[in-house]
Design a protein around this ligand. Structure first.
Ligand code: TYM
Length: 340
């Protein structure tokens, strides 16, 4: 990375959990903006594997999935020569700062996190782990370690970023200006802040959705994409219009606009009077065309483990160097003995 840029550019941090498949929702809600912003910011893009073990992972599949995600980040357009791409578990400071921040975070605050409440409910019957409860503090540590100015995420992460801000402000009030207070960057609703399930437009498209027809993976084949979009839930009106009373169609319009760059109003005009059949067929072709070059690049990259490991090695070194500085600053601030 160009040293000059490192000094002058503001910092961007974001990450995705390597659990399940990387889907179109995460692409539109987050990665699309990573790509857009990567030249303006000094960027740290993490594969947040520590977060993923808040639910059980099969170790072998999990390890391979981390490589899948790395190859997909790059295939989507994140340049590893210009940005720091790394696995969270390769930078011990993330876990270390989490402990410190735990001591500055209230049980009540974490109990109010809607994602915790939802996930805990879904695990009904099973033990809800302390890790799942503490998950947002680890996320705050991710962000605060890098003096992050901007965190591009989907709308579901807003509450977590607000918590990171609150923790930073609280810590700074006690010890001076240690942390940079981050802002979130969330797309507008019609630009895909929350892409919904194709099968249930009331719930978000999610890696953990047991109904695979609700989610389009970036690695789905053209046949699968066509099938899923043909089956997508709409309504009985047969009118292609973006409106709160038409969540299924509005979601499809949002996806269509995101993958083609067309305006939603232009799409509404284009499909006026044409019914849902043609609209869905054309959308399927647009999604197939959109993912084709990503998949092509992904398959080129994915088999070269040595090259992927080299990227992770470099990313880990760059991230560690930066994170360690902040951790030392925090250790000094709270009063630990510092060995020079
Ligand atoms: P995760 O892994 O669930 O999702 C990754 C990113 O994709 C966005 N996203 C969506 N956006 C729109 N519509 C959807 N259906 C959709 N599904 C996912 C998410 O908002 C997110 O931006 N806790 C985070 C990961 C994380 C993180 C961080 C993010 C850990 N540390 C630090 C930013 C900064 C998560 O579980 O995202």
């Amino acid at each position: 990375m160009n040293k000059e840029n490192m000094k002058t550019k503001p910092v961007l941090f974001s990450g995705i959990q390597p659990s399940g498949l990387l889907h179109l929702g995460a692409y539109i809600g987050a990665i699309k903006n990573w790509i857009k912003l990567q030249n303006e910011y000094e960027c740290f893009f993490s594969i947040v594997d520590l977060h993923s073990i808040t639910v059980r992972q099969d170790p072998k599949a999990f390890r391979e999935r981390c490589y899948d995600f790395l190859a997909l980040y790059i295939a989507c357009g994140i340049d590893p020569a210009e940005n720091v791409i790394f696995c969270q578990s390769h930078v011990p400071a993330h876990a270390e700062l989490t402990w410190i921040l735990n001591c500055y975070t209230g049980m009540g605050e974490l109990s109010r996190m809607t994602q915790f409440k939802d996930k805990a409910k879904k695990q009904e019957g099973a033990t809800v782990s302390v890790g799942l409860f503490d998950y947002p503090v680890l996320q705050a540590a991710d962000i605060l370690l890098y003096r992050t100015n901007l965190v591009p995420v989907g709308a579901d992460q807003k509450q977590h970023i607000e918590l990171a801000r609150d923790i930073a402000l609280r810590f700074n009030r006690l010890y001076g200006e240690i942390f940079t207070v981050p802002d979130h960057f969330i797309p507008k609703a019609e630009a895909g802040a929350r892409i919904m399930s194709l099968q249930d437009p009331e719930s978000k498209m999610s890696k953990s959705d047991p109904n695979e027809h609700g989610t389009i993976s970036l690695l789905d084949s053209p046949e699968v994409i066509r099938k899923k979009l043909k089956r997508a839930v709409t309504d009985s009106e047969a009118e292609v219009r973006f409106h709160a009373t038409k969540p299924g169609v509005s979601n499809l319009l949002t996806i269509y606009a995101a993958v083609t760059g067309k305006d939603i109003s232009a799409l509404e005009a284009e499909y006026q009077g044409s019914g849902y059949g043609k609209f869905k067929d054309d959308l399927a072709e647009a999604v197939v065309t959109f993912v084709a070059p990503i998949q092509e690049r992904y398959f080129e990259l994915r088999h070269d483990k040595a090259a992927l490991n080299a990227i992770l090695q470099k990313g880990a070194e760059q991230a560690r160097a930066r994170a360690e500085q902040m951790l030392q600053k925090v250790y000094e601030a709270v009063g630990f003995v510092v060995l020079k």
